[in-house]
Write a protein of this length. Sequence first.
Length: 123
Amino acid sequence: MRKQLEKDANYLDISKNVVFTGYLDDYAVRSLLKAADVVVVPSLYEPFGIVALEAMAAKTPVVVSDIGGLSELISDGEGIKVTPNNSESLAACIVKILSEEDEDKGKVEVEEMVEKGFKRLSL
């Protein structure tokens, strides 16, 4: 779908803000996950949720659809779950995490969520 997605990015005039990387090795993926401000998994079907799991291991906040394996993977306070196929709720949760990182109290809450998710992986 790359060609169509590139066309969509051009049409929306966001191509200067979007990078289509193609294949990335494991090291590059881990580096990007650690550098990300938030990882979003808006799946409509997700049997396991490896991307969310990798993000939690990288100590990056996650926003996921409350569906399938993602529902089982993310418990209360370890990330944010949103109703599937609800773009307004998804956007609000992303903005919440990004805006809280700029405020002292919110930053603490995001850090606590990230630590809680990371600790779950070591259980």
